[in-house]
Write a protein of this length. Structure first.
Ligand SMILES: [Zn+2]
Length: 144
């Protein structure tokens, strides 16, 4: 019988833009119960960058096969990130100020406010501190 698991796998098999990992097999023995359960998990990334997962669960009573859609995989990843998040209101405010500064510097740079020649003439360093566009190729292009 062809179930959803097989159907979805058959649909994406060989499609361009899809990448899949090799299956990972994990055998876990529950404490107390002692029953051993085997999990086989495989992730697939589609052409839009969404990741779905194929999960097979095998125990003494049989097996189960699940397709976890991208939204479910994303929820798991987001939950993991929340569990490891050590940010505080202060650190979030600092990152927000940093992002706002970068946005302001970028806007100023695009308006031509960071012209290296003008800055040097004023006795300032050629690059504006905190401007992502004043470093790297953008500056080299402007200077030449
Ligand atoms: Zn700049």
């Amino acid at each position: 019988m062809v179930d959803r698991f097989d159907r979805v796998r058959a649909q994406i098999e060989g499609l361009p833009g899809y990448r899949r990992t090799r299956p990972t097999t994990i055998t876990s023995t529950m404490p107390l119960v002692g029953d051993s359960v085997t999990y086989v998990i495989e992730s697939v990334r589609d052409q839009d960058g969404e990741i779905m997962a194929f999960l097979q669960i095998l125990d003494t009573e049989g097996g189960m096969r699940l397709v976890l859609p991208g939204k479910v995989v994303n929820a798991v990843v987001a939950q993991h990130e929340r569990l490891f998040d050590r940010s505080t209101p202060d650190s979030r405010a600092r990152s927000k100020r940093q992002r706002e500064l970068v946005a302001k510097r970028t806007a100023d740079h695009e308006r031509g406010k960071h012209d290296p020649a003008t800055r040097i003439a004023k006795g300032l360093p050629a690059a504006m501190a905190g401007c992502p566009l004043c470093v790297g190729p953008a500056r080299l292009r402007k200077a030449s």
